[in-house]
Design a protein around this ligand. Structure first.
Ligand code: SF4
Length: 147
């Protein structure tokens, strides 16, 4: 499966959306899409070349705002992001490793969207699928490139 580099999607969101995702620290569990009241309208998952927390740079599926104009800027998705990868566009991730460690350590103490939420079956399934898209797209699923 071929796909653009994650920086292309980062740039697209930076130019058009109220949020950005620092994809190298996004786990791909789709917690953001799950909690967004308009998830189907706003989000999709797309293939991109990215590492997972610094491990193996290869094609994975990650959330992307296909319809940023529908976003109400409630930032529920930002609260639900377990790694800190998803940020308001004016407050992007500057130190990815620090953000990842900080958010991981914070997870057990979060009242909402804590460990129980992140390890729900549906997120574990998305994590597996989005980090091994070739395994799950047997039959040549159409993850198509963006124009
Ligand atoms: S800020 Fe609110 S409306 Fe916008 S994508 Fe996140 S959860 Fe959805």
């Amino acid at each position: 499966m071929d796909a653009p580099d994650w920086k292309e999607y980062f740039k697209l969101m930076k130019e058009s959306a109220p949020l950005v995702i620092h994809y190298p620290i996004c786990g791909g569990g789709e917690e953001c899409i799950y909690v967004c009241p308009f998830g189907d309208e706003i989000w999709e998952v797309v293939p991109m070349k990215v590492s997972l927390f610094g491990v193996k740079y290869r094609v994975r599926l990650r959330p992307f705002m296909k319809n940023p104009n529908a976003c109400r800027k409630c930032y529920i998705c930002v609260q639900a992001c377990p790694t800190g990868a998803l940020r308001p566009v004016d407050k992007p991730v500057k130190h990815p490793t620090v953000v990842l460690i900080y958010n991981t350590l914070k997870l057990p103490f979060k009242k909402k969207y804590g460990i129980k939420f992140v390890f729900r079956d549906e997120h574990a399934e998305k994590f597996r699928k989005n980090n091994s898209p070739d395994v799950y797209s047997s039959g040549g699923g159409d993850y198509g490139k963006r124009d």
